[in-house]
Ligand binder design. Sequence first.
Ligand code: PXG
Length: 289
Amino acid sequence: MANKIWLDGQLVDEDKAKISVFDHGLLYGDGVFEGIRVYKGKVFKLAEHLNRLYESAKVIRLEISATIAELTKATLETVKANGIDDAGYIRLVVTRGIGDLGLNPFLCKQSTIFIIAASIQLYPEEFYENGMKVISGSTLRNHPMSLPPQIKSLNYLNNILAKIEAIDAGAGEVIMYNHQGFVAEASGDNVFIVKGGKIYTPPVQAGSLEGITRATVFDLARAEGFEVIEKNLTRMDLYIADEFFLTGTAAEVIGVVDIDSRIIGDGTPGPITKMLKKKFYEYACSGTK
Ligand code: PXG
């Protein structure tokens, strides 16, 4: 059975879900999106994802042609129509809409909205068991005065260039630094380290998305009595960390055991990383939104 795609107010078959070649989402990467998980029939943190979507849209002066309540309903409808129950992945995209061949976004009459609900491609279990190898990328994260990394925009070329470096190096992910040399984020995840029993992560102002998994990990770690500190981190801080992990909708919580051939801890995911990974999964499956 073909996937049902929600497109501008209607559920249509996958092969009928088509976007115009004049859509500015395609012509200029002009738009915003969210990637959301479904666990045990529940859409994880939908309100937080939609809030971030509308904030991203506000910054780029994109008026979303639906209310939060309408998009909440549409998302749930799309999940149901596709029979997604667990290990589901929702991609909600809002483009500037159809315009002409000029940059002017205000000539686009109406945003285009579509929602895909599918199964998530999970990392192999051994990645979680054994930990991941990452590299420091030479591609800097976008300068916040250029394209703020807090916007989850359709323009991912900055991250894609960094991801190519990871692929070329045979690494699972790439760490991106900012123009000052501080850690920003990975190509699709936020960065955390553990040092001396405390948990550290860069402030979003260093150049990262304000990750929803990141915020959840803050809550879970603090509930376990850990201090979570937002602080600028250098490449050296990563090299000498006791533990190192990444967080994101796709990866959840995943341990890093090698960065630029410096081995982290004993070369396997550390105890706090493993605890948070477990707590995260339990929390996500508990039905708490
Ligand atoms: N930074 C960037 C640049 C991201 O794209 C995160 C951090 C983590 O944010 P969340 O809110 O997800 O904790 C992301 C999110 C994929 C995929 O298919 C990537 C993301 C989300 C969903 C799927 O690679 N990145």
